[in-house]
Design a protein around this ligand. Structure first.
Ligand code: ZN
Length: 194
C-alpha cells in the first residue's frame, strides 16, 4: 500500500511561523484612506472609526454651546460635526459660528463648511452648489436661499461667519449644513432662536 501525500495548499505556506490564532492585524495608519466614502468595506473598522450606517442628522450629538452670541463647531475626518443642533439666545442680534476642522485630510477630500439655509431648501441648494466647486465653497454665488456660510476648510484649519439672528427668525425650520458633496446628507442639524 502506498500513502500518497499531496502537497499542502500553498496558502498555508504564507502563514506566519508563529501560531498566532488571529488573522494578521492590519496596522495601516489611520487617515491613509478616505474611510468615509459610504461603503463600509472589509477592514473599514481597522481604525476603530464609527463607519456604521449614517445616523439621522443631529439626533445623537449635543447641542452647541453658545456664549456671548458665539459658538464653536468642529468637523472631523469621519464626516461628522461634533454638535447636533444650535439654539441661539433671542437676546443675540448676531451669531458668530467658528468652525474648526479637527482632522488632517485636505479640503479636496474632506472639506467642511457651515451653511445656513431653510431645511426645505436643502436639496436644491446642494444641487446648485455643486458647480461652484471647492473654490466656491460648494455654494452657488449670490444664492438668495443661503443665509450665511463659512468658507470650505480642510484639516487643521479654522474659519468663521457672523450673521444677523433675525435672518433665522422667519418661517423655518432652518438648519446648518456642510455643503461638501455628500456631506449635507449627514453633516447637518437644526438651528433656531430660543
Ligand atoms: Zn463636510
Amino acid at each position: 500500500m502506498t500513502i500518497h501525500r499531496t502537497a499542502p495548499p500553498p496558502a498555508q505556506d504564507t502563514a506566519t511561523p508563529a501560531t498566532t490564532p488571529a488573522a494578521p492585524v492590519d496596522t495601516t495608519p489611520t487617515g491613509s484612506e478616505p474611510a468615509a466614502t459610504g461603503t463600509p468595506a472589509d477592514g473599514a473598522d481597522v481604525a476603530g472609526a464609527p463607519v456604521d450606517a449614517p445616523a439621522p442628522a443631529g439626533t445623537d450629538k449635543p447641542a452647541a454651546t453658545i456664549n456671548d452670541c458665539s459658538t464653536e463647531i468642529s468637523g472631523n475626518d469621519a464626516m461628522q460635526f461634533d454638535v447636533g443642533s444650535m439654539t441661539v439666545p433671542s437676546s443675540c442680534s448676531e451669531l458668530t459660528i467658528n468652525l474648526r476642522h479637527s482632522g488632517t485630510m485636505p479640503v479636496v477630500a474632506m472639506g467642511h463648511n457651515v451653511v445656513i439655509t431653510k431645511a426645505s431648501d436643502r436639496e436644491a441648494v446642494a444641487a446648485d452648489g455643486m458647480g461652484a466647486g471647492a473654490d466656491g465653497d460648494y455654494v452657488k454665488a449670490d444664492d438668495a436661499r443661503v443665509i450665511a456660510h463659512t468658507e470650505l476648510i480642510g484639516g487643521g484649519e479654522t474659519t468663521s461667519v457672523t450673521f444677523p439672528v433675525g435672518a433665522i427668525q422667519g418661517e423655518g425650520p432652518y438648519e446648518f449644513v456642510c455643503r461638501f458633496p455628500g456631506h449635507w446628507a449627514i453633516m447637518r442639524g437644526p438651528i433656531q432662536v430660543g
